[in-house]
Design a binder for this molecule. Structure first.
Ligand SMILES: [Cu+2]
Length: 68
């Protein structure tokens, strides 16, 4: 497993946290998603054999929350 933290400045409330968590969790190979509106960060634990950073960034972007 790889753990990676993304900076996602558009996260500003629990609704955003829910949207982002759902969008990333939908990908296969994701074992943990922890989003926070206080820090505007999304921690993702994933299996690099199934998914990669690019796919996670695409999922965030298409949900309306592009990562820096
Ligand atoms: Cu929000």
């Amino acid at each position: 497993m790889i753990t990676k933290t993304f900076d996602v400045p558009r996260i500003h409330c629990d609704g955003c946290v829910h949207t982002v968590t759902t969008a990333v969790s939908r990908l296969s190979g994701i074992s943990k998603v922890e989003a926070s509106f206080q820090t505007k960060k999304v921690l993702v634990e994933f299996n690099p054999a199934s998914v990669d950073e690019t796919k996670i960034r695409e999922a965030l972007k298409s949900a309306g929350y592009p990562a820096n």
